[in-house]
Design a protein around this ligand. Structure first.
Ligand SMILES: [Fe+2]
Ligand SMILES: [Fe+2]
Length: 404
């Protein structure tokens, strides 16, 4: 998992820890417990420095952790119950995951620390935030996939093993980002994060929509940044981006696996409710990213990107990819869609300004009411725009094929 999706989730106010550490090696050691996978970080350096804990302000748009109805998941992947499960396709996918293309990809070098040391002032701060948020999003995928791998072992060992191998990938991604934080003398306390953060519950159907989108949008974000920096090396200020080309292939494979999972559950894709939910999840993911990134333009400008252009490119490409499997998607290429996103950014900026003002809590809340109403109305207007009817060509197996 690589991207964030927050608009459909409740606000939680728990905080996570950033621990200042003088050592630069952070390792993943994982232990699974009853309901959720637990991961701890351990330093291999002599002694971890006294914790200088730093809370991070959480908001509606902060990356979250997910949990689901694992009993229902077991039912869905029981080959006795669901005859539509294409075990051959899953076997083929499993072989691909076992190949482990990126086994030796995530190896650091001394360029990292040197680049981090050169980064000073606001850019340094922005980079740290980028690493934290990315690490949290990757780690969130690790926890969910790890648990799914554990829970599905008996009913469908092939699907279970794929989930476990995907959790391997996400652990690698999160670990690599956390090592990046060590270049800035920081480390996310992932063990604390696992226990302290709230988990958002999604039914399996919604987990499929959300994780599929999260993987595909993550792919498009990483590959777009990679290609941009390859073409404009003068903006290559931290070596982590050089790893994005192979890294994003992991996210692409994860997304393809969810695509296969959804095809095995056509009831999640082929009725009017599925169309409404598919559009809702797309909109939620796109708006979340756009609002998030527009609050962090300094980061994108720091690597030579225009934030809004970058986001629109990612949204359009993700939407085109998603249209191959989702039964309906928003018409993001209609210029009105972007105009609505931009209006949401303006309203969100006003909401942030209210939060930062000196007013007392009651006054702040009163000022927020019309802004939240305006945001909700923009969202509703975007949701009710005429969508694009879409869907997998594989579903047309009983229909006459078009011949050109
Ligand atoms: Fe990932
Ligand atoms: Fe992923």
């Amino acid at each position: 998992m690589a991207a964030e999706m927050a608009l459909v989730k409740p606000i939680s106010i728990s905080k996570f820890n950033l621990t200042r550490t003088p050592t630069t090696t952070t390792k993943f050691s994982t232990t699974t417990t009853a309901m959720s996978a637990t991961t701890t970080t351990t330093t291999t350096g002599p002694i971890r420095a006294k914790a200088a804990k730093k809370g991070i302000k959480e908001s509606l748009l902060t990356p979250r952790f997910y949990t689901t109805d694992f009993d229902e998941m077991e039912m869905l992947f029981n080959t006795e119950i669901n005859k539509k499960l294409n075990q051959e396709e899953f076997e083929a996918l499993l072989q691909e995951f076992k190949t482990d293309y990126n086994q030796t990809h995530f190896v650091r070098n001394k360029e990292f620390k040197e680049a981090a040391d050169q980064m000073q002032g606001p850019l340094r701060q922005i980079f740290v935030e980028f690493l934290e948020r990315s690490c949290t999003a990757e780690f969130s995928g690790f926890l969910l996939y790890k648990e799914l791998g554990r829970r599905l072992k008996k009913t469908n060992p092939v699907v279970a093993e794929i989930f476990s191998l995907m959790s391997r990938d996400e652990a690698r991604h999160a670990g690599f980002l956390n090592k990046g934080l060590s270049d800035f003398n920081l480390a996310l306390d992932l063990g604390f994060l696992t226990k302290a953060r709230k988990y958002t519950f999604f039914k399996p159907k919604f987990i499929f929509y959300a994780t599929y989108l999260s993987e595909k949008i993550g792919y498009w974000r990483y590959i777009t940044i990679y290609r941009h920096l390859k073409a404009n090396p003068e903006y290559q200020c931290y070596p982590i981006f050089k790893y994005f080309e192979n890294w994003c292939q992991d996210e692409n494979r994860h997304g393809d696996f969810f695509s296969a999972l959804m095809k095995a559950q056509p009831q999640f894709l082929n009725d009017w409710k599925a169309k409404l939910w598919a559009r809702f999840f797309c909109l939620s993911v796109y708006v979340t990213m756009y609002l998030n990134d527009c609050q962090r333009t300094a980061f994108y400008e720091g690597i030579g990107l225009n934030t809004k252009e970058f986001d629109m490119h990612v949204i359009i490409e993700t939407n085109r990819t998603t249209a191959r499997i989702f039964p309906a998607v928003p018409d993001v290429e209609n210029p009105e869609f972007k105009r609505k996103l931009d209006r949401m950014v303006e309203i969100n900026q006003k909401l942030i300004a209210v939060g930062d003002s000196e007013d007392i809590g009651l006054v702040k809340n009163l000022k927020r009411i019309p802004l939240i109403a305006a945001l909700a109305s923009e969202l509703l207007a975007a949701y009710t725009m005429p969508p694009i009817e879409s869907g997998s060509v594989d579903f047309a197996e009983f229909e006459p094929q078009l011949v050109y």
